[in-house]
Design a protein around this ligand. Structure first.
Ligand code: ATP
Length: 231
């Protein structure tokens, strides 16, 4: 039977993160989001040198390679590697401004982020610019309710919308909370397992596990202040 294909929404989604390493929690969330939103441009955007994180262990290039391995068979999700190519710290506000300049002023641009990241949005550089540049799509996690306070609550509350339709009507400015299946997987847990010699099988793609092993990443002896030892 022929399936009726719905036209895709002309919109750009950016799913940013550290991906140190990428795992099935990220990949499942990205797959669900891209299906639910049905946009013609869905990007995973690894942070080059995350300004708010000091504990990344893999290099930017290694994190990019792991994403490439993980997304090898998902042509609908592409990797935007601009922050990896850019020298110095990466700020999402700069990245979104750059993408906005490329896609023009009218195309909807969505920044997808987990509830944990959204709860701390006011720690991001020029965070008040973010809703002016893009819609915020917050993936809600059952164990991580919104805890917006003060200025963050003031900025986000009036922007809240109830469904995706509101996102296609304007280029930026809405905040949508969307339920996404939460797999209880985190990069922190995976790194800890590897450091303790435990097998991370089925938490992330086998190709990524093979790469981690080949590069000697996240092993306990890599936790030196000098950073990972690449073997
Ligand atoms: P870490 O444990 O090192 O903090 P992480 O697993 O949370 O890493 P990040 O790279 O920091 O991964 O997250 C990228 C984005 O993916 C964030 O918006 C985060 O909220 C979201 N995310 C992380 N883990 C999951 C998960 N299991 N399910 C859905 N979304 C997730």
């Amino acid at each position: 039977m022929n399936q009726i294909k719905m036209p895709l929404h002309a919109a750009t989604v950016v799913f940013g993160g550290t991906f140190d390493p990428v795992h099935f929690g990220h990949l499942r969330a990205a797959a669900e989001l891209s299906q639910q939103l049905a946009v013609d441009d869905f990007r995973i955007l690894p942070a080059g040198q995350p300004p708010h994180r000091t504990d990344t262990l893999a290099t930017a290039t290694q994190r990019l390679t792991m994403l490439e391995l993980a997304l090898h068979e998902h042509p609908g999700i592409r990797i935007d590697d601009r922050e990896i190519r850019r020298a110095g710290p990466s700020y999402m506000a700069d990245t979104l401004a750059e993408i906005r300049a490329e896609i023009g002023p009218t195309r909807p641009l969505l920044l997808a982020l987990g509830q944990d990241a959204a709860n701390q949005l006011d720690r991001w550089h020029c965070w008040q610019q973010l809703p002016l540049l893009a819609h915020l799509l917050v993936m809600t996690r059952p164990d991580n309710a919104p805890t917006y306070a003060g200025k963050l609550e003031q900025q986000l509350r009036p922007r809240k919308v109830a469904d995706t339709q509101a996102l296609w009507r304007k280029a930026a400015g809405a905040v949508l909370h969307l339920n996404i299946t939460e797999l209880a997987i985190s990069s922190t847990d995976i790194r800890a397992r590897i450091a303790s010699g435990s097998d991370p099988a089925f938490l992330l793609p086998a190709s990524v596990i093979a790469y981690i092993k080949a590069q000697g990443l996240y092993r306990a002896d890599d936790a030196s202040p000098a950073g990972p030892v690449i073997r």
